[in-house]
Write a protein that binds this ligand. Structure first.
Ligand SMILES: Nc1ncnc2c1ncn2[C@@H]1O[C@H](COP(=O)(O)OP(=O)(O)OP(=O)(O)O)[C@@H](O)[C@H]1O
Ligand SMILES: [Mg+2]
Length: 354
């Protein structure tokens, strides 16, 4: 359906100020053509502002915005080939589904026959062909969001922007819609920038995740890379749960080792860490409990346990620290007060220098 070549997006040294308030600090961001990149971060960190800068709804205070090779920094929204889907569907309630989807085509002067054809094709791609003559208030929330998606796709944009498109939907529908958005994005090979503050959603749909903090980029990478190799406490704790413990890194003969208590672990060989004492983030799945062992382990006592179906969550007191871990159902079970040994097994063990 998309005959256009999709464009990458680049922000070069973008600063955005509203009055005295700087909301984006020197953002350098590259979004690959045809990828789905998610901006993830707490409320107010600047996610929507970045989308609005890409769409041309705001112009940067300084710096440049590129769509493909073209510097669009000073072009208005109507001069950019960008589609947008918002949290509130922003549909026209007094128009039918077909009229809503065809509105942009009509503005562009596309003749009625072609319009009808493209509306049909676009509604079909979101599973709503046949709904053309319904009014918006005769649709469910999920269907309305699909109409909003069809309305953006029908214009065959080079870049699609999604600003928390699923936050008004219930959790089951969210999962279905996020899969549909991902499937369509891949089928059309359109570049998509997706904003959410739901980390599960970010991990599930993205090629690339950009974690933002206070108007800057904390870390960018694939979902798996960010989950397994966060480089700050902020990213480690924003993307999932992490135990933060004291440890030490030593580099010997080109290999990095991480020492936690008596346990020595080979660090992820694709990363380089500086020598010395540091904090270490450990994912709950990297920890396991055993009653007795001769292997190096941390000794502790079970403080709490919670059975949650597929797994059991434990809190264990180790050297005055509390560790949180997740044990798959089927593995040995422990009671509150049990003396245990904690083993640490990669992946999911990352030095976080800050
Ligand atoms: N038009 C504006 N005028 C003044 N300040 C603004 C304007 N738009 C956004 N801001 C401020 O810029 C900062 C970033 O806002 P933005 O909407 O980009 O955050 P966000 O990451 O999308 O947050 P949320 O998750 O709550 O949607 C906030 O402090 C906000 O108050
Ligand atoms: Mg926002």
């Amino acid at each position: 359906m998309n005959d256009n070549q999709s464009s990458g997006v680049e922000l070069k040294n973008v600063v955005m100020k509203f009055g005295e308030h700087t909301v984006l600090h020197n953002i350098d961001l590259i979004i690959q053509p045809g990828s789905l990149t998610t901006l993830l971060g707490p409320s107010g960190c600047g996610k929507t502002t970045i989308l609005r800068l890409i769409a041309g709804l705001e112009l940067p205070t300084s710096g440049q915005v590129f769509l493909g090779d073209e510097d669009v920094s000073v072009l208005s929204a109507s001069q950019r080939d960008v589609g947008m889907v918002f949290q509130s569907y922003a549909l026209f309630p007094h128009m039918t589904v077909g009229e809503n989807v065809g509105y942009g085509l009509k503005m562009m002067g596309i003749v009625p026959n072609e319009r009808t054809e493209r509306i049909k094709e676009s509604l079909d791609s979101v599973g709503l062909d046949g709904y053309q003559s319904r009014f918006i208030d005769q649709l469910s929330g999920g269907q309305q969001q699909r109409v909003a998606l069809a309305r953006a796709l029908v214009l065959k944009p080079k870049v699609m922007l999604f600003d928390e498109p699923l936050s008004n939907l219930d959790s089951k529908l969210r999962r279905q819609m996020r899969e549909d958005i991902r499937r369509l994005q891949q089928e059309l090979a359109v570049t998509a920038v997706y904003v959410t503050h739901d980390q599960d959603e970010a991990l599930a749909v993205s090629d690339e995740v950009v974690v933002m903090k206070e108007g800057g980029i904390a870390q960018q990478g694939s979902p798996k890379h960010l989950y397994l190799n966060p480089d700050s406490k902020f990213v480690a704790t924003f993307m999932g749960d992490a135990n933060i413990v004291e440890g030490e890194v030593s580099n010997v003969g080109g290999e990095s080792k991480i020492k936690i208590g008596d346990i020595e672990i080979a660090a992820d060989s694709s990363e380089h860490y500086a020598d010395g004492k540091t904090q270490i983030a450990i994912r709950p799945e990297a920890l396991s409990l055993i009653r007795s062992t001769t292997e190096p382990s941390l000794q502790g006592k079970v403080l709490s346990r919670a059975y949650i179906g597929a797994s059991t969550e434990y809190r264990v007191k180790v050297n005055g620290n509390e560790l949180f871990l997740i044990s798959p159902t089927g593995s040995e079970e422990f009671e509150i007060g049990d003396e245990v040994h904690v083993l640490i097994t990669p992946p999911g063990i990352s030095p976080i220098p800050d």
